[in-house]
Design a protein around this ligand. Structure first.
Ligand code: ADP
Ligand code: ZN
Length: 423
């Protein structure tokens, strides 16, 4: 049985890989110098991979300042597609791609999707739209290159998603983890047996390990975590069937982990900010792009045989960090606590209130009507939850339960944090 989509590249030895990466980085430096933004950035060719540390970083703010075309390294009429980020933590960033970029994305995505088990005979329900947000396009690239059957069902509209699952029998799907959880909860129990989903690919936001485990145990659905971003309109890393980290597509991306405060490159195994240099980006080359995502390189080889290094699943983004009276808190930590106590709850929001320099957090959770109307039970759940949160994030939040449908519906990336009375 075929194990890899592109065995030669996925099992490349480290000497060859480094040679390839060095050559591609130098080509990217040349290409970057064609973009107005990089013209005064003192980019020089490098003679070894470790010399990349001498090149300047590119940040999200730089992209925003370069809006719309200062990052463009090709003639305008060679742009074949625009994408823009979802704007989770600020003004969305713009990205543009050439024909050769799209071809490179297809090669890259085919490797990721094949790794997650997508084949020619797969029926794939794409629960993301082909809009500005890049995820849908990544899925289209990967599934069409492999030749799978694509059902572009788009965002939300859960009843229709379930009808399509029942009538067209998709065995694989893509969605954000938050929406997948919501969807699974909404499938009527009488229909569960007729749903043929065996694999789900999720991306765009952190995937809770608890949810990944539950989806497999309860629904028999194996979730593959994919990591990507709009600026590269492609997946940077994806899990293999061992689910022990995400393999970086090292023939498409050069990855560094840096200390976010000092900018120093950290050794493998240490947590820091992921910095990515796409190796085949023609229209919008990016040198040492700071993602604001926190992870680390996993040391050692993966039993799957792929020689591309792995990163740990991203659970934190620097911009999401809330400092609550001196304690650093990330939404993903709160999610894990909620999940342990209320595994069927899919919609919740964190309200951060600042009054006279003191921050308080309130967690608003949608609760099923049966639980909400039972005062003893809801009091008990509230206490359990507060204790769980106290133990794991050492912050005592307020917890408010609201009826289902009160919070904004999740269709793609969930907006979990809301700031009120900011001063
Ligand atoms: P943004 O969310 O910043 O507007 P994008 O829509 O391009 O930008 O999404 C990219 C970001 O989404 C990444 O930088 C990362 O923070 C997050 N992300 C993507 N995939 C994953 C994943 N598998 N796990 C955790 N976070 C992810
Ligand atoms: Zn592997």
């Amino acid at each position: 049985m075929r194990k890899f989509y592109n065995e030669k590249i996925e099992t490349i030895n480290s000497t060859e890989k480094e040679k390839l990466q060095l050559a591609l980085i130098n080509t990217q430096i040349k290409q970057a110098l064609k973009a107005p933004y990089y013209q005064d950035k003192k980019l020089k060719q490098i003679s070894g991979l470790s010399d990349i540390k001498n090149l300047p970083f590119t940040g999200k703010e730089d992209l925003r300042k370069a809006f719309p075309f200062k990052m463009l390294a090709i003639p305008h009429d060679q742009i074949v597609r625009f994408n823009a980020s979802s704007g989770t933590t600020g003004i969305p960033t713009l990205a543009y791609f050439s024909k050769s970029d799209i071809k490179a994305h297809e090669e890259n995505e085919a490797v990721h999707f094949f790794r997650a088990g997508v084949r020619k005979n797969t029926t794939f329900q794409l629960m993301s739209s082909l809009g500005l947000f890049a995820a849908g396009w990544c899925c289209l690239s990967g599934t069409s290159k492999i030749g799978a059957s694509l059902i572009p069902s788009g965002y939300g509209n859960t009843e229709r998603q379930i009808d399509l699952l029942l009538s067209l029998n998709a065995d694989c799907c893509f969605s954000t983890p938050g929406y997948l959880q919501h969807l699974l909860e909404m499938i009527p129990s009488k229909d569960l047996e007729d749903i043929k989903l065996k694999t789900a690919i999720t991306g765009g936001e952190p995937l809770s390990k608890n949810f990944q485990k539950m989806a497999f145990e309860k629904y028999g659905i194996e979730i593959y975590n994919f990591y990507g971003m709009t600026e590269v309109a492609s997946h940077i890393a994806s899990e293999c069937s061992f689910h022990n980290g995400l393999h970086i597509a090292e023939d498409h991306f050069y990855i560094e982990i840096i200390d976010p405060d000092t900018g120093k490159v950290l050794p493998d195994g240490e947590y820091g900010e992921l910095v990515v240099t796409p190796l085949k980006q023609e229209a919008m080359p990016l040198i040492r792009y700071r993602t604001r995502d926190i992870t680390r390189i996993i040391k050692g080889n993966c039993p799957c045989g792929c020689t591309h290094r792995r990163i740990e699943p991203i659970t934190h983004r620097i911009d999401d960090m809330m400092i609550i009276n001196g304690v650093n808190v990330f939404p993903s930590q709160i999610e894990e606590c909620i999940y342990r106590i209320l595994p069927h709850t899919t919609n919740w929001q964190i309200e951060v209130e600042e009054k006279q320099f003191l921050k308080k957090i309130k967690i608003i959770i949608e609760l099923q009507d049966e639980l909400l109307s039972n005062e003893t039970q809801s009091c008990h759940i509230r206490l359990q939850l507060i204790n769980e949160l106290k133990a794991h994030i050492t912050v005592t939040p307020l917890v408010e339960f609201v009826t289902t449908g009160t919070l904004p519906e999740i269709t793609g990336k969930a907006k979990r944090v809301k700031f009120v009375n900011r001063s």
